[in-house]
Structures are given as C-alpha cells and as structure tokens.
Design a protein around this ligand. Structure first.
Ligand code: FO1
Length: 318
C-alpha cells in the first residue's frame, strides 16, 4: 500500500519505525514550522529527527540530534557569549558537533540554489531511511509564538529557551500565506491508499503542515481513508509539551478534544485503551474511533499501533 504520513518530530519518528516494519511504500511529509536560521544555517529539526531516527543515528536519550554527540562548538560559542557580554547569540540551542555537519551540508546545497525538497532527499540518501521524506514546503516558514505580554518569539525560543513555561496567546505559521506545498506533496496525499496522522503535536507539527495552502484541502479531498493516532493519553501528551500548545489555541488536552479539533479531516481515530470513554463519545458523534494500547514502548508495540491504524483505515475505507 502507498501510505502517506504527516509527521512532526520524535512521536512521528517512533511511529514510523513501527510502520516501516509492516512493509509498505511510505511517504513522509515533514513539518517545517520548527525550522529556524541560526548562525546563518537553516536548521530543520523535525526533518532531521525523522531522518536520524529511521537511519539509526538519533540520540535515543534526547530524541533529537545525534547519538554519540559532543557539544564542543556550542560550548566554545558560550565562551564568546560570556566574554562579549552579549546575549544575542542563541547559545541556549544545543547544536551538536556531528549534527552541525548536517546543517553545514544543507546550507551549502541551499546556497547552490537547490530547493529544500532536493536537499532533504540528498541528505536522506546517506541515512537509508526506507521511506520517502519530503518537507511540507520548499518556501521558508517558521512558527511564531505570541506570549501573554504580546512579545512574539520564534517557536524554538519558546520551546527550548523558555520550556513553554510562559503561556502563549497565539501560535502562527509565519510565511504560510506565501508558501506552496513542496513538489509531490499534494500528489502523495491524493494518490495514497491511506493517510495517517501519527501521534504528533496537533498544533505545531500536524497543524503547521496543514497550514500550508493546499495541504489541508488535499487531505479533505483524498479518496484515501485518513486515520489519526492520538498524541494524548489520559489527558497528558505522550511526549513534549502539546498541552501548552493546545491551551494556546483553546483546545482541551484530551484524546476526544484533539479528534474534534481535526474535525472533518478524520475518518478514523485511535485512542489509548485508558481513554476508551473518549472513543465511545466520538463514536456517538459519528467518528470511527477505537481504543488500543498506544504506548510506543518498543518496536513490536509500535508496529501493533501502526497495524491497528491500518486495520481501522481498511474498515472505514470510503
Ligand atoms: N531541543 C531541546 O530541548 N534543546 C535543544 O537544545 C535542542 C537543540 C536541537 C538541535 C537540533 C535539532 O534538530 C533539534 C533540537 N532540539 C532541541 C529539538 C527541537 O527543539 C524540536 O523542534 C522540539 O523539541 C520540538 O519537536
């Protein structure tokens, strides 16, 4: 089957390791909302997290960046910060020495005029991911967060420097109005046999992919069943700070509320067995929802979740 997945970072990457074992033809549309330019380098955290995870190079402990990483460059930048007394360098963002190779190579190819989609395919050639990974857009987009006092900061500053501890009033994808889907993205959704929304952040991962003009429309229009896996278990995010993002857009942190937030995009929704009441309530609302164990504790458990998503897709096939 041709399966298209709209992916954020670590949650999606883990889900994909399980899905990949089922032996289908997988296209991954990656989120660019987390992208940021630092030291003149374009950094694409979610694309890299998927690439490193599927390529066996991710730091298992952190869930981002490389395994066996060192941070000598970051620490040396810290020495410039301390000596100069300036605070305008993003030394709070941990660019590892090995990870920097990816950003340097990406910067080189982008400077040669290659689009991000081509650069991503070239980077992935080394990692043998077993999937086709493409950015949601070749155009520069990035998520901006408006804080309670009205200040606007880049998503990474809110997420990493402030640990999302300062309430956000609004979260927007800057550049979305002028951005086009990357080549192949709309076709990958239209021609898929199944479209999956993995357990990714519904606001700053899947939400920002859908904010690119034409992508939401393609997901609504596809003949393929669209099945999502809840990123919320028992009223809390599986990982990360999705609750802070959901609060910013006025959506409750529950498997039920996230499904309602996706609305007519979904044909099916998987929740954890502990959230069976949410599944029953959604079924009452007319959505095919099923409760299964959703903790991605190891590769076998993750493959079973992916398999349950495909079974639900087959049952709701339009
Ligand atoms: N996350 C952190 O919490 N702290 C970091 O210093 C950090 C650095 C970093 C560098 C490269 C990269 O690809 C990802 C990095 N991340 C870091 C993760 C990144 O912030 C992710 O976008 C978010 O965790 C949301 O998925």
């Amino acid at each position: 089957m041709r399966i298209t997945v709209l992916a954020g970072g670590i949650g999606a990457a883990r889900f994909l390791t399980g899905l990949r074992t089922l032996g289908h033809n997988i296209t991954v549309i990656g989120n660019n909302g987390d992208d940021v330019t630092m030291y003149g380098l374009r950094i694409c955290p979610d694309l890299d997290t998927v690439m490193y995870t599927l390529g066996g190079g991710i730091s298992a402990e952190r869930g981002w960046g490389r395994e066996d990483e060192t941070f000598r460059v970051r620490d040396d930048i810290g020495a410039y910060v301390a000596a100069s007394g300036t605070d305008d360098l993003p030394s709070w963002f941990g660019l590892g020495d090995l990870d920097l190779a990816t950003h340097l190579v990406r910067a080189h190819w982008l400077a040669e005029g290659l689009p991000l989609s081509t650069v991503t395919a070239r980077l992935c050639a080394r990692w043998e991911t077993g999937v086709r990974l493409m950015p949601s857009t070749d155009d520069p987009v990035e998520t901006h967060v408006t804080l309670a006092d009205g200040e606007r900061v880049h998503f990474q500053e809110w997420w990493v420097r402030l640990h999302a501890s300062v309430p956000a009033n609004a979260i927007e994808l800057f550049g979305a109005a002028d951005a086009q889907p990357a080549p192949g993205v709309v076709d990958a959704i239209a021609d898929a046999d199944v479209v999956l929304l993995p357990p990714s952040n519904p606001v700053v991962s899947v939400g920002t992919i859908l904010a690119i003009k034409g992508i939401r429309e393609a997901v609504v229009a596809t003949a393929a069943p669209v099945v999502g896996v809840s990123p919320i278990i028992g009223g809390a995010p599986v990982r990360g700070m999705a609750d802070a993002c959901l609060a910013a857009i006025g959506v409750e942190t529950s498997a039920y509320a996230v499904a309602r937030h996706y609305g007519d995009l979904l044909d099916g929704w998987l929740v954890d067995e502990s959230d069976k009441a949410d599944a029953d309530r959604l079924a009452g609302d007319g959505l095919a929802a099923r409760a299964v164990p959703l903790w991605m504790s190891d590769i076998d458990a993750t493959a079973r979740i992916a398999d349950a998503a495909l079974t639900l897709a087959a049952d709701v096939r339009k």
